[in-house]
Write a protein that binds this ligand. Structure first.
Ligand SMILES: [Zn+2]
Length: 135
């Protein structure tokens, strides 16, 4: 018999979509993530296992700049003026689809280990209350 478990959480992150009229500027979202796993009930799969796997992946997303491959802090002014710090970021486009696919790919090995490859994983990611993707 097949069953489907889901886990819903959120994380905060910044991203941009290069050359997009609005989203081309670095901005942030409170992303709503919902993960669905369909599996055979012959295998014990606890809700907390799913939460643990998802939370483990999201540690690398929460409070980050998504798609940031390079970060360098330069010209740090003396401690008397800590508000003025010059940083350099190299950021690539990260659409909601790309982020959802990346989370799905990073979640798959843990689920494969737990469920032996016999599962269907879907990841739903909402950038706003109106717009989201499901992969
Ligand atoms: Zn956005």
């Amino acid at each position: 018999m097949l069953a489907e478990r889901s886990y819903e959480t959120e994380f905060h992150a910044a991203h941009l979509i290069i050359d997009h009229p609005h989203c081309g500027r670095l901005h942030g979202h409170t992303y709503k993530l919902k993960v669905y796993v369909q599996f055979d009930t012959k295998i014990w799969f606890d809700f907390n296992d799913l939460k643990h796997y998802v939370d483990e992946v999201l540690v690398n997303y929460d409070h980050t700049v998504l798609g940031c491959s390079y970060y360098k802090q330069e010209d740090v002014l003396p401690i008397q003026d800590p508000k003025h710090v010059h940083i350099t970021l190299e950021v690539m486009t990260m659409t909601a689809e790309m982020i959802a696919q990346k989370i799905k790919a990073e979640l798959t090995p843990s689920l494969f280990y737990k469920l032996g490859g016999d599962f269907i994983l879907k990841v739903e990611l909402k950038e706003t209350s109106s717009f989201g993707v499901k992969v």
